[in-house]
Design a protein around this ligand. Structure first.
Ligand code: NOJ
Length: 544
């Protein structure tokens, strides 16, 4: 274990003070010229990540062997690297090189389903008598459960005369977690990556793994429910029986025990993809000290569902602060490979403000690649779209947020070498202007802003781990809060509106960063003006 990976001097663990950066490997950096990013591409960018940008951990979306029906979330071998992305030796080098720079590595673990090309499923569907038959979920009759990606969740298997369950594509059969052999085999895949030195796991649709053992039908959705984003037929049912059975928690307690064993040498973590918006139910995925801990962080997706208005955003933050157990640690997310990009959702003027919010709230932030240069969603003509979700459920296409990282104004935006195959998804039209190289030279760029924001966060314990307190009496349209720790206080003032706003703050302070990158004023804060769409961080004098 390199010495630069010791817990911080404040005794917080790395995953509490870290900024996590998500890399979608297909789209980050192509070193072979096949138009698809790879692990060596990530290795090439480690200095950018650790030094230029200044993040602390990277989460890699799946790079495992896969027929790529769901771009890697259909895993055909949990313990290898897809040749398209490199080799296990490349992965080992990536871990070693990352650790040398103090960067942690989080890998994606996809326990709910494998690919239909996984040898376990090939065996399972080979006959009803096969010893692996019960490794997946088979039934004589389908119930009314639906696939997230559209249509029934059951697929008829002609050869053996039964249906199998697939909560996503039919090429992604659900594993039967009630089978102890499956549990053991899947935990062995976790051990495999822990032994290779990974620091953590992001667990795909973590709450899906245990279903109602009686496989009861889902009742109709409750009348009058407002959906943040209508999801076709899937919304017609209340998903009470097809996921999130209480037995799910037993599995994650075992998972945590396994991580804790390995944490004796270096602290490991798990962040669960939990799309649950009832706070109390969401918080159960932390586990409890009495019954057993579960996830270090259940992803908090609430900001993705909240209207981009000061009062609504504040409400969500306050709700999280109220819901989270004292001993547990919060986290926030504004984007990922399944969601629209921030600059497109909130508009380019608000994108920096969103970054300031994400990186100054109490808790671990997860940043999506490309947000640091303000990449936008790319409208992709239907004939070029590849994402099976979008092709099956209109409006849910995710290609738009997975386009190649824009590194430079060189051919292929510096993503693929000159003369390569065409990148797997089209580049954004603005790549000649919006790219890392151009923004590094421009002190007013979004990248320059992110670099300063990340550096200030890293230098100041109040921002990394301090308390959170919202300030009252602020103008409508502004969200203002303080972060304090050990005599240090920062006020973060965010103007969500396209009009200037006057604030009256107590005390004196110094602006250390504005989203507009053009002020460092200090003094009395009695009458303080935020310009339209401006966010500022103020270091307070005489902090209480
Ligand atoms: C959630 C992942 O984030 C998404 O990309 C994937 O399609 C589904 N899980 C199925 O694995």
């Amino acid at each position: 274990m390199p010495t630069n990976l010791q817990p911080s001097t404040f005794n917080y663990l790395w995953w509490q003070t870290a900024v996590i950066y998500q890399i979608y490997p297909r789209s980050y950096k192509d070193t072979t010229g096949n138009g698809i990013g790879d692990l060596r591409g990530v290795i090439d960018k480690l200095d950018y990540l650790s030094q230029t940008l200044g993040v602390d951990a990277i989460w890699l979306s799946p790079f495992y062997p896969s027929p790529m029906k769901d771009f890697g979330y259909d895993v055909a071998d949990y313990c290898d690297v897809n040749p398209m992305f490199g080799t296990l030796a490349d992965f080992d080098e990536l871990v070693a090189e990352a650790h040398q720079r103090g960067l942690r590595i989080i890998v994606d673990w996809v326990p709910n389903h494998s690919s239909d090309q996984h040898p376990w499923f090939i065996e399972s569907r080979s006959s009803r008598e096969n010893p692996k038959r019960n490794w997946y979920v088979w039934a004589d009759q389908p119930n009314n459960w639906l696939s997230v990606f559209g249509g029934s969740a059951w697929e008829w298997d002609e050869a053996t005369g039964q249906y199998y369950l697939h909560s996503f594509l039919k090429e992604q059969p659900d594993l039967n977690w009630r089978n102890l052999e499956v549990q053991e085999a899947m935990f062995n895949t976790v051990r495999f990556w822990l032994e290779r030195g990974v620091d953590g796991f992001r667990v795909d649709v973590a709450h899906f793994i245990m279903k109602d053992p009686k496989m009861r039908a889902n009742p109709p959705a409750k009348e009058g429910l407002a959906f943040h984003r209508p999801h076709g037929d899937y919304d017609s049912l209340s998903h009470e029986n097809d996921k999130g059975h209480p037995d799910t928690h037993k599995i994650y307690r075992r998972f945590r025990t396994l991580l804790d064993e390995y944490s004796q040498t270096a602290p490991r973590m798990a962040v669960g993809e939990i799309h649950i918006f009832d706070w109390d139910e969401w918080a159960t995925y932390y586990g409890t000290p009495e019954a057993g801990l579960e996830f270090h962080l259940p992803f908090n997706f609430s900001l993705l569902k909240t209207p981009w208005e000061a009062a609504a955003v504040r409400r969500v933050v306050d709700e999280l602060e109220a819901a989270i157990p004292d001993w547990a640690w919060p986290n926030y997310v504004l984007g990922n490979h399944d969601e629209g990009r921030v600059a497109t959702r909130f508009g380019p003027e608000q994108a920096r403000l969103a970054a300031m919010l994400l990186l100054t709230l109490r808790g671990t932030p997860t940043l999506y690649y490309g947000e640091e240069i303000g990449m936008s969603d790319v409208e992709i003509p239907i004939e070029q779209q590849l994402d099976p979700f979008g092709l099956r459920v209109p409006g849910w296409g995710r290609d738009r947020c997975r386009t190649p990282m824009q590194w430079s104004a060189n051919p292929n935006a510096g993503f693929s070498p000159e003369g390569s195959a065409t990148p797997w998804l089209p580049l954004a039209e603005d790549w000649r202007a919006i790219n890392v190289e151009a923004q590094l030279e421009d002190p007013t760029s979004t990248l320059s802003f992110y670099r300063q924001l990340l550096a200030i966060r890293k230098e100041n314990p109040a921002l990394r781990q301090g308390s959170y307190a919202p300030l009252e009496g602020m103008p409508e349209g502004c969200f203002v809060y303080q972060r304090s720790e050990a005599g240090q206080t920062f006020t973060v003032a965010l103007n969500f509106e396209p009009i200037p706003q006057r604030l009256s703050l107590n005390g004196k302070g110094r602006v250390v960063l504005s989203t507009h990158l053009d002020r460092l004023d200090k003094g009395n804060l009695q009458s303080f003006t935020l310009r339209k769409n401006e966010g500022v961080m103020i270091q307070m004098q005489n902090a209480q």
